[in-house]
Design a protein around this ligand. Sequence first.
Ligand code: NI
Length: 166
Amino acid sequence: MVLPILEYPDPRLKKVAARVTDFGPDVARLVRDMAETMYAAPGIGLAATQVDVHKRVIVIDISEARDDLRVFVNPEILSAEGEAECEEGCLSVPGYYDKVTRAAKVRVRAQDEHGRTFELDADGLLAVCIQHEMDHLVGKVFVDYLSPLKRARLATRMKKRQRMAG
Ligand code: NI
């Protein structure tokens, strides 16, 4: 099922997600719905926060063929190194892109939808995407890194857009 995506500056995007402790059918269903929502958008990553479910779950697919779904439940960054600036966008901030500086490489520990723990070394777009989606889980959107002036302009623009969408 494709779920509605919250749009900035919706205050629900600021909620902090809770750890998943029960790996039952609810998590499997959430992951399926989130993947479907991400592919339909289309986007390369989605955090549960963006569909108003406040659990630590993210899905990512940065592949060209859109056939390499990665699921991270309860993700943690074990180590980070370097710096990389990348132009980012977000399904919750449609039509807006801007540069953000993040760690160039990260080592992540997470669980899959069955609760199995894995570790992963990521760099490039995958590293950026993991950090971007993990920010959502603590109530942060990439535009929070922008200057207050840019953010104020963006908030006005988003409100106008949401009024027009009715
Ligand atoms: Ni996002």
